[in-house]
Design a protein around this ligand. Structure first.
Ligand SMILES: Nc1ncnc2c1ncn2[C@@H]1O[C@H](COP(=O)(O)OP(=O)(O)OP(=O)(O)O)[C@@H](O)[C@H]1O
Length: 708
């Protein structure tokens, strides 16, 4: 008579909203019903006239409404006052297996219809009774059969037909099953039936055939249903981070699917790529209790720390031991030291220092043709990326992706400069990270006896910024096999690396790429502004194709970004202060606000000014420590998110940054750098959850033009 209890997302929300007394009562209820559903105080009973539906007393007049999902499994679908539960049932509340996705769905046709009616555009006053047919429905272009084939329940069609505009659809979406909302939103934003079928419906189909009468199978498939254990833990900790309990079906598929080789997930900012990578890592860690560890890696130390913290919320301490979470450069350095590739005292050479060294190498070689920026990029992308260690190798290599052609004599000259640079690295026991990754990959690949394979699975976040040499290292760390690599990234957010194709690096993702389109982070207004900032540019898909943001959207709405042009720097600083004060007066926690600028100097100016007017600030890299508004360069916001963001200092004189403007004489290189600058602004803007303000002095930067 013991019961296995599950919980829908809606029921979890009901529980979260309970007052402390009923919350405690729910924990008692959960405990009792699991042991014996017929315990007298529970008044457990089947509801007549409703197939598979049961009710039980939680405490006071609160009832748990449950769906029987075979054997001893019950799914709690609502925890509400008795009168509310019965009223909803009378109005047609029911639970179905979706005929296409096979997922468990809550259908409330009357609620949907009411919402659709409420959201209908107001009638003009002088025309109180216009003819009905004068306002077309937003989905009139699609037949009932077409919508049904895409996975929309026929019970919801009358409500859907009542929707007259996009904002009505957004209102209605709250009352729709997630798949239905997804299909309709995509159709409304201009996707064709075929595109929705390919991008939304087909990926949501289960591998096994759908039986609309098989509730047990549906519950197993449904990601918006969790085990009540996890929910109870969350209740105890008052912690309802939804991403840990409920994934969107499109996200869950990426977590559970087994791939025959490397797979990639792309998608705009905030679509849950990191969440998917985390859940997939957790799933793999749970499946493999012992043996070779799993690697979860990202671009920099801060991001890796963030991943580790979040993974710790999904796994037990024991399970965490099966996963190594480390940024790619630290990993390369550790393995390189272990294998004696570099001395334990060797130190990295950062980009600025490296460029000075290139200048010296050119001076010594008497060659002024190339310039330190060119040399450093050529070295990173071509020499390290292709693991070249000889003049002949360099003379032969295909310099894919580089904007300049080099003649043979030019290559010979560059190699001379390069030899001086590498000799100095050796002499002074220094290294650049791409060089280190390349050398480590060579060492691992050439060693058949060493402790290979190092990892069972490798998962990579922020993949767009990894360099070719880093991919070679990652490839060397995991043998080619099922589920070997999982790659999450968005080329629109590339602010460090260069475009590349993974195939030639031994990572074949063809046919194993998926795109997420629903943003959980930003509002539709911020998202559209961010998209406008990168409009007109083309982005690669790591596979010799083009990436795009078609169908990328949010279901949240909010204020339009606040665009503030100031005549003087003093006025701009005053505008920043005004924004921060307005937000904190609304009750926003200062630590949920970030201010970013293109470079460090204006940030320091803002910091000093805010301190002067009594607003505390904290550098973003200090993580969760301290009260105060977070300050960062745009680069420092990579991978993070804040409730509200001010992007300051984006006047035409400051952004794109001056060094990019100086490269105008070299059109190909200039284009490449401009794309990165656009991406930088895109990254900064898309970190904001609820509100975004952009400030500048004088003329605004050209990337803001589509917004003005
Ligand atoms: N299924 C979900 N339910 C609720 N929240 C979610 C879900 N998936 C993602 N989120 C939330 O959306 C936000 C963005 O998620 P995440 O960081 O994984 O996106 P991303 O695609 O990696 O973003 P970016 O590319 O901008 O770094 C986070 O706050 C995350 O908790």
């Amino acid at each position: 008579m013991s019961v296995h209890l599950r919980l829908t997302e809606a029921a979890a929300e009901d529980i979260r909203d309970l007052d402390p007394q009923h919350s405690k009562a729910y924990i008692d209820f959960d405990h009792k019903i699991r042991q014996n559903k017929n315990h007298g105080s529970l008044r457990f009973k089947a509801l007549s006239g409703h197939k598979n539906l049961y009710s039980a007393r939680v405490g006071g007049d609160y009832r748990a409404l449950m769906v029987h999902a075979g054997n001893d499994t019950y799914v709690v679908v609502a925890v509400q006052p008795r009168s509310t539960v019965y009223e909803r049932l009378e109005r047609g509340l029911r639970f179905e297996v979706n005929h296409v996705t096979g997922q468990f769905e809550t259908i409330e046709p009357e609620v949907a219809r009411r919402l659709a009616e409420q959201a209908a555009p107001a009638r003009p006053e002088r025309d109180p009774q216009p003819k009905q047919e004068t306002v077309p429905g937003v989905l009139d272009g699609f037949t009932d059969d077409e919508l049904s084939k895409l996975g929309v329940s026929r019970a919801l069609l009358p409500a859907i037909r009542d929707v007259k505009d996009d904002s009505g659809l957004v209102t209605l979406a709250d009352a729709l099953p997630p798949h239905t909302a997804d299909v309709l939103m995509n159709l409304a934003t201009g996707m064709s039936i075929d595109e929705v079928m390919e991008n939304i419906t087909d990926p949501a189909r289960p591998d096994d055939p759908v039986d609309p009468a098989d509730m047990a199978a549906a519950v197993e498939r449904t990601t918006s249903i969790t085990t009540s254990d996890l929910a109870l833990q969350a209740i105890h900790r008052q912690d309802f981070a939804k991403w840990r309990m409920f994934l969107h079906p499109s996200q869950n598929k990426l977590v559970t699917k087994n791939y025959r080789g490397p797979a990639r997930v792309s998608g705009g900012p905030g679509t849950g790529k990191t969440v998917v990578a985390l859940h997939r890592t957790a799933r793999l860690a749970r499946e493999h209790a012992s043996g070779t560890p799993i690697l979860l890696t990202s671009f920099n130390v801060g991001l890796a720390k963030h991943l580790k913290r979040q993974l710790g919320e999904l796994l037990t301490t024991e399970e965490m031991k099966r996963v190594e979470v480390v940024n790619i450069d630290s990993l390369a350095m550790r393995i390189a030291k272990e294998r004696g590739i570099i001395d334990t005292s060797a130190r990295p050479l950062d980009d600025t220092e490296a460029k000075r060294w290139w200048q010296t190498a050119m001076d010594e070689a008497g060659d002024r043709e190339f310039g330190p920026d060119f040399c450093h990029e050529e070295w990173t992308e071509v020499v390290c990326g292709n693991i070249i260690d000889s003049r002949d190798g360099y003379l032969r290599v295909r310099r894919a992706g580089r904007s300049h052609r080099l003649s043979r004599p030019q290559r010979v000259r560059f190699w001379k400069v390069c030899e001086r640079f590498t000799a100095r690295l050796e002499e002074e026991k220094r290294f650049t990270y791409p060089w280190l990754s390349a050398r480590t990959a060579v060492s691992l690949n050439g060693d058949s006896t060493a402790s290979r394979p190092r990892y069972r699975h490798v998962l990579v976040d922020e993949a767009q910024d990894m360099s070719a040499a880093q991919w070679r290292l990652l490839r060397a760390l995991v043998p080619e096999r099922e589920n070997d690599m999982f790659i999450a990234g968005d080329s629109h957010q590339r602010i460090y690396g260069a475009p590349l194709a993974l195939g030639p690096l031994g990572i074949n993702i063809v046919g194993r790429s998926t795109r997420l389109t629903l943003s959980y982070r930003t509002t539709q207004e911020i998202l559209q502004a961010a998209i406008a900032m990168v409009s007109g540019e083309s982005f690669d898909d790591l596979d010799n194709g083009v990436d795009h943001l078609t169908g990328y959207r949010s279901v949240r709405y909010g204020p339009a970004p606040n665009l503030i042009g100031a005549a003087t720097r003093k006025d701009e600083l005053a505008a920043v202060v005004e924004e921060i004060r307005a937000w904190t007066n609304e009750g926003v926690d200062p630590s949920a606000i970030a201010i970013c600028t293109p470079t460090k100097t204006p940030l320091e100016e803002i910091r000093d000014h805010l301190t002067g007017v009594g607003i505390a600030t904290v550098p973003v890299q200090d993580g969760t420590k301290g009260d105060g508004v977070r300050l960062s360069t745009m680069h420092g916001l990579k991978g993070l998110e804040f409730e509200r963001i001010v992007i300051a200092g984006v006047g035409a004189a400051e952004f794109p940054r001056p060094f990019v403007r100086q490269r105008r004489t070299d059109p190909a290189e200039h284009r490449r750098l401009m794309r990165k600058e656009r991406s930088l602004l895109f990254v900064a803007a898309s970190r904001a959850r609820d509100a975004l303000s952009v400030t500048w002095t004088g003329k605004p930067c050209e990337f803001l033009e589509p917004l003005l």
